[in-house]
Structure formats: structure tokens, C-alpha cells
Design a protein around this ligand. Structure first.
Ligand code: F6P
Length: 544
């Protein structure tokens, strides 16, 4: 499939550079003053979400030029290639088919000879049956007690998605089963969970696509030893451990009965896997019906992304506006600010989704990129962030584009809270966009020496996503929007958003260093002088 290897050499890119230079001084105040309809015209609905992108410094011309850029990059063709199962993850020679995980039964999708439709729904059915068994108490622990605590052991994509979603959908969870997540190889993580767990009533889900990830295997091994020490019988493992993986052999080698394994496939990237069997802990918490509604939410946006013209395509437009900020306005970071405590882990989830996907510096053919790629993604829930880092967004020296996420109804209606929360959300979007001029400050009688300090430049771009409430379907819609936004940007930059070779070097070096830290004898060290000194210091202090 033809794609420009260097997007910056295209006339579409040059047109945007020219346009950016011409509009560099345009303010959001001017844009809003010039068009009274702007606030409703630059807004779209998808699924249950209302997406207002009017407070970004874009004009109709900007958007038209961005759409042309996406066309030049072949976005529509590449989207189709992804949905059809072509091997667009070329460095790993894999299809990229997370969208198939939420396609309704009967899609008929067959890829590389695999009946994807049948396989996906067979696993979903198996997950649903198992979840019901655990939720109803039919599934019993080794000593005959019902399960009241599910611990997901996984890291990266095998942790962030289900953990984020379990917190987000807490109002939908059964009160009978507690959910915990262990990810860090820091023993303090699992120690805290095990300290509050009862071996007779705890079920461990070991989630690892590869089943070789050192953190997960170390934590799972610790959990198994803890269980065996308490229950004293190898047979207990079958009742208290299940696995989620693509690697049957390794699951069996670890000692988990493969009958208790929930599979997925190499065409599901780790950070795109929350709708695969990796979602098992979530399904147990919220039940299969709610889980299926979440999948439907994903599918709504998948279909929208695949079929809607770019001018009205929410994920594509958000991706393109992100390209505008990153490449034509020089923004190095992108903040995600949910006004929802239940979305507290959403920024962390998006960090992997976005940064592991688009943190690349070579194009698909291996040549260096000539433009900036993925921004640093970060964020915290509002209003907490307002009392921490918003100062820099309002008055610092760099532009920080942000997504603000709001809900009309909270998870829990506590009198006196929600309108305050939403007032803050709307106020921040307004303040960031329009600021407060020096003249306005003076008009308030502020002494001249403080005028500069109390002036707000405004022009901080935001997109506001508003949903009626955080239902499973809405969560699915939100995540899918970001998945396809990231895809859109990867296509424009000409990179492979679906590999992650950048995580390998540290893993290899850690394997070499670990025995140097634990060896009885002083090891021969051949690192740089800094690393050698740190290893020696650690060893000395560890043994003192
Ligand atoms: O180290 C990065 C990574 O490979 C992620 O892409 C992945 O989500 C995570 O590790 C966990 O991998 P696995 O599910 O194979 O344990």
C-alpha cells in the first residue's frame, strides 16, 4: 500500500506550515468573536459522547488542511487494512485486530485462515461462563469456600486496562467480590495484597500475553508459594489460579491447568488488549452483561471510525488536532484531565496506549522520522490537578493541549458535589481558552505592579468530552476514541504504532545486572563507571 515515507515533504504538510505561520497570532477570543456559532459548530456526537473541539486554535481552513494531510497519509486505506486484518504491524508481521474483539457475533471475519469471529466469541462465552460460576459461588476454592477476592497479576497492557476499568465501573461491580491488582515486581505491591487476602477464598488471574514477563512470573510464583504454604496441597492451584495468555505451553509449564486458561492471539497488542480475555477480572467484577455493553460501546466507535468521513470522524479529528498541536504549534505534551474520580487511572492507561504506540523515531521503512511523533501524555483527575499543576498550564511558558472529560451524572449522587465539580470543569475550559487580559485585570483595580502577575494569556487549547454518565458503554466509547486517535496519528507520522522494541534494552540489561546484585562473591563489573559504582554501593548497603 503506498504511503509517503516522509510526510513532511508533502504539499499538504507545507500548506499546514504556511497556514500555521499565518495564524500564529490568532487568539481563541478572536475565533469565537468572529463566529457566534463556533461553540456548537465545532462539536460532534458519537455514541453517548458529546465532543466539543471548538476551544482548539483551529479554523475551518486548519481542519480542511488537516483532513487533506490525513488523505495524503492514506488514513482511510490504512484504517480498512487494519479492520480487514492485513499485517500492518510490519516489524512483527502481524495483523492488528483489537477491533475484532468487540465485533458482534456473526461478523464472519476470517483472517490468515483463522475464524476470528468464532474464536473471539468462543473465548467470550468461556469467560462469561467462568465469571458466572465465580459470581454465583458455584466455583469454589480448594477448601470448599466461595471466592470473594480476585487478584489480577499482570503488568502493562495486562494490568492497566482492567485496573482502570474496574475502578471506573466500580458502581457496576458486585459487592460480594473484591478486586485487587498486582503489577510491580516491587515485593511491597504483592505483600500488601496478600496481607489482606484469605488463601481459601482468593482467586488469582495470571494475565500475560507472552507469559514470560519477569514481573508477572515473579509475582505469580510468590502468590503460588503463599497459597501452597497456607493450603499445603498442590491440587489447590487448579482452584485458585487461572491464566490469560496467548502462550499455552508456558501456562502449562507454570503449573496452571490449561483448561483454566483464557486465550487470545498475537494480533492483539498488549496495550489494545483490555477487550480480550485480559478483561476477565473486570468481567467477574461487573458481570458478563455489563461487560458486553462495554464491548458494544467500543464497537459503536469502531464503526464510526471506519465509516464516517474524516470531517465528522471524532477519533480522526482528535488525532489530527493533536498533530496540529504537536507539529505545527510545538506542543510537547498532552494532558488528559478527567473530572471524575472513577477515571483516576484513565491517564495512566492512556500513557501506555499512546506513548508505547507512538513513541517512535523511525518510520515504517526504518528511516529516521523528520517530524516530532507522540507527545508525552499525562494527567490527573480534576479538581485535584487544579490545585497542583494547572498553574503551569495557565501561566507557564509552554502550550499544554488538554482533554477535559466530564459526566452529567456521577457514579454516586452525593448532595452538593457534582454541580461544583462540573462548574470547575467548565470554568477551567473557559479560563484556559480566553484568559484574562491586562486591561481586564486593571479594570478590577489591581495595582500596576501586580497586573502582569494576574494576567492570563489564554489560548490554551482544550477538547471537552461530555458523557451522560460513566456506563460500561461510555467507557468503551472513550477508550476506542483514544485507540483510533493514536492510530490516526501513527498513520500521519508514517510510524508503526503496534510494536514496542523500545522496552527491550532495559529488560536485557536488568537480566544481566540482577545476578550481579545478588551474587555472594564480589562480581567482575564491566558497566560504565556510574553503573559500576551504583552496583557496588547497593551491594555494600544491602549486606550491612
Ligand atoms: O514491556 C512492554 C510490554 O511488552 C507491553 O507491551 C505489555 O503490555 C506488557 O509488557 C506486558 O506483557 P505481557 O502481557 O506479555 O506480560
Amino acid at each position: 500500500m503506498p504511503h509517503p515515507q516522509d510526510i513532511s515533504t508533502t504539499p499538504e504538510w507545507a500548506a499546514l506550515e504556511d497556514h500555521a505561520a499565518r495564524t500564529a497570532r490568532t487568539t481563541l477570543r478572536e475565533l469565537f468573536d468572529a463566529d457566534p456559532e463556533r461553540g456548537t459548530r465545532l462539536a460532534l456526537e458519537v455514541g453517548d459522547l458529546y465532543v466539543d473541539y471548538s476551544k482548539n486554535d483551529v479554523t475551518d481552513e486548519t481542519l480542511a488542511l488537516l483532513v487533506r494531510l490525513a488523505e495524503a497519509a492514506g488514513l482511510a486505506e490504512k484504517t480498512e487494512a487494519m479492520f480487514r486484518g492485513e499485517h500492518i504491524n510490519s516489524t512483527e508481521d502481524r495483523a492488528v485486530l483489537h477491533t475484532a474483539l468487540r465485533a458482534p457475533r456473526g461478523s464472519g471475519l476470517v483472517v490468515d485462515g483463522q475464524d476470528v469471529d468464532a474464536d473471539v466469541h468462543a473465548v467470550l462465552d468461556k469467560m462469561a461462563a467462568f465469571s458466572e460460576q465465580v459470581r454465583s459461588g458455584e466455583w469454589r476454592g480448594h477448601t470448599g469456600k466461595r471466592i470473594d477476592h480476585v487478584v489480577n497479576i499482570g503488568i502493562g497492557g495486562s494490568d492497566l486496562g482492567p485496573k482502570m476499568a474496574t475502578i471506573a465501573l466500580a458502581p457496576y461491580a458486585t459487592p460480594d467480590i473484591r478486586s485487587s491488582f498486582v503489577s510491580n515486581v516491587d515485593g511491597d505491591d504483592i505483600a500488601a495484597v496478600l496481607a489482606a487476602a484469605d488463601p481459601e477464598t482468593t482467586l488469582f488471574i495470571v494475565a500475560s500475553k507472552t507469559f514470560t514477563t519477569i514481573e508477572t512470573i515473579t509475582n505469580a510464583t510468590t502468590a503460588r508459594s503463599w497459597l501452597l504454604a497456607a493450603l499445603g496441597d498442590e491440587a489447590a492451584v487448579a482452584k485458585h489460579f487461572v491464566a490469560v495468555s496467548t502462550n499455552t505451553e508456558k501456562v502449562a509449564a507454570f503449573g496452571i491447568d490449561t483448561a483454566n486458561m483464557f486465550g487470545f492471539w498475537d494480533w492483539v497488542g498488549g496495550r489494545y488488549s483490555m477487550t480480550s480475555a485480559v478483561g476477565l477480572s473486570l468481567m467477574i467484577a461487573i458481570g458478563p452483561d455489563n461487560y458486553r455493553q462495554m464491548l458494544d460501546g467500543f464497537h459503536t466507535v469502531d464503526t464510526h471510525f471506519r465509516t464516517t468521513p474524516l470531517e465528522r470522524n471524532v477519533p480522526a479529528l482528535l488525532g489530527l488536532i493533536g498533530v496540529w498541536h504537536r507539529n505545527f504549534r510545538g506542543a510537547a505534551t498532552h494532558a488528559v484531565l478527567p473530572y471524575s474520580e472513577n477515571l483516576s487511572r484513565f491517564p495512566a492507561y492512556l500513557q501506555q496506549l499512546d506513548m508505547e504506540s507512538n513513541g517512535k523515531s523511525v518510520t515504517i521503512d526504518g528511516s529516521p522520522v523528520s517530524v516530532q511523533t507522540g507527545p508525552v501524555v499525562w494527567g490527573e483527575p480534576g479538581t485535584n490537578g487544579q490545585h497542583a499543576f494547572y498553574q503551569l498550564i495557565h501561566q507557564g511558558t509552554q502550550t499544554v493541549p488538554a482533554d477535559l472529560i466530564g459526566l452529567v451524572h456521577p457514579g454516586e449522587e452525593v448532595p452538593g458535589h457534582h454541580d461544583q465539580l462540573t462548574a470547575n470543569l467548565l470554568a477551567q475550559a473557559e479560563a484556559l481558552a480566553f484568559g484574562k487580559s491586562a486591561d481586564e485585570v486593571r479594570a478590577e483595580g489591581v495595582p500596576e505592579e501586580l497586573v502582569a502577575h494576574k494576567t492570563f494569556a489564554g489560548n490554551s487549547p482544550t477538547t471537552l468530552l461530555l458523557a451522560p454518565r460513566l456506563t460500561p458503554a461510555v467507557l468503551g466509547q472513550l477508550v476506542a476514541i483514544y485507540e483510533h486517535k493514536v492510530f490516526t496519528q501513527g498513520v500521519v507520522w508514517g510510524i508503526n504504532s503496534f510494536d514496542q522494541w523500545g522496552v527491550e534494552l532495559g529488560k536485557v540489561l536488568a537480566k544481566r545486572i540482577e545476578p550481579e546484585l545478588s551474587a555472594e562473591e564480589e562480581p567482575e563489573l564491566a558497566h560504565d563507571s556510574s553503573t559500576n559504582a551504583l552496583i557496588r554501593r547497593y551491594r555494600r548497603l544491602r549486606r550491612s
